[in-house]
Ligand binder design. Structure first.
Ligand SMILES: Cc1cc2nc3c(=O)[nH]c(=O)nc-3n(C[C@H](O)[C@H](O)[C@H](O)COP(=O)(O)OP(=O)(O)OC[C@H]3O[C@@H](n4cnc5c(N)ncnc54)[C@H](O)[C@@H]3O)c2cc1C
Length: 204
């Protein structure tokens, strides 16, 4: 069975942003040997239907589905050590006796120390092992009938984070991406013995 240090579930604004931050720490000693993976499932992404005219840096008329494709390419080109797992949907997360987590998909199983759940706020959420954390979304209109996972600063329980709109944030691209990036830096901070960590590249 493949083993990871962190597995991100969901390949949209939040999941890909989290993966890019984690990937960008590749040269840091505390992150050097960490095995990072992302379930790059995009079929049910809200972003598929979005035209983004209010995101800093995106040209007017930017299509969400283009960003989804380009995001996977960006991750593959810039941080190829981040493993992209395609065409698999997570169905269950189980805590193992050694406290690590078993992530079960419709095709395979993986062992990991940390999971980031970034699957969007659909009421259809049915990942076994996490359904006890489902609550009505607190920052979306009630008639949208969306859900979130109960969390404190994105942490659901030890080793399990939620990111993006499923964490209880309002649905805007920049907010979802920021939430994923925040979780990425939370994990880097954990790996860096609790020292607050950001990854900044500087113009040479
Ligand atoms: C029609 C429309 C227009 C929009 N327009 C704008 C706009 O103009 N400006 C703006 O800022 N925002 C806009 N948004 C909002 C924006 O698209 C969302 O806020 C953003 O996409 C949320 O990102 P997310 O990563 O939290 O969730 P999502 O984009 O919903 O992504 C969740 C991901 O998880 C994957 N997934 C789901 N279940 C599983 C599973 N079991 N296993 C593995 N993967 C799974 C999905 O396939 C998907 O890729 C719009 C949204 C819609 C629907």
């Amino acid at each position: 069975m493949k083993k990871f240090d962190v597995l991100i579930i969901g390949g949209s604004a939040a999941g890909l942003s989290c993966a890019l931050i984690l990937g960008s720490a590749v040269n840091k000693p505390f992150a050097k040997d960490k095995k990072i993976g992302i379930f790059a499932h995009q079929k049910s992404a809200a972003l598929n239907n979005a035209e983004l005219n209010n995101v800093l840096g995106f040209k007017k008329g930017t299509k969400g589905n283009e960003i989804l494709n380009e995001g996977l390419e960006q991750l593959a080109n810039d941080f190829p050590h981040v493993e992209q797992i395609h065409k698999e949907k997570v169905v269950e997360i189980k805590r193992l006796e050694d406290k690590s987590l078993l992530v079960i998909t419709n095709k395979d199983s993986y062992k990991t120390k940390i999971v980031v759940v970034a699957v969007g706020p659909s009421k259809m959420f049915d990942i076994v092992g996490l359904t006890q954390y489902v609550e009505s979304h607190i920052q979306l209109p009630i008639e949208k009938d969306k859900i979130m996972l109960k969390n404190f600063n994105h942490l659901i329980e030890e080793g399990i984070y939620v990111a993006g709109i499923l964490a209880g944030w309002r649905s805007q691209y920049a907010i979802a991406a920021g939430s994923g990036a925040q979780v990425g830096t939370d994990i880097l901070t954990l790996w860096n013995d609790g020292n607050h960590t950001m990854i900044h590249d500087v113009i040479k």
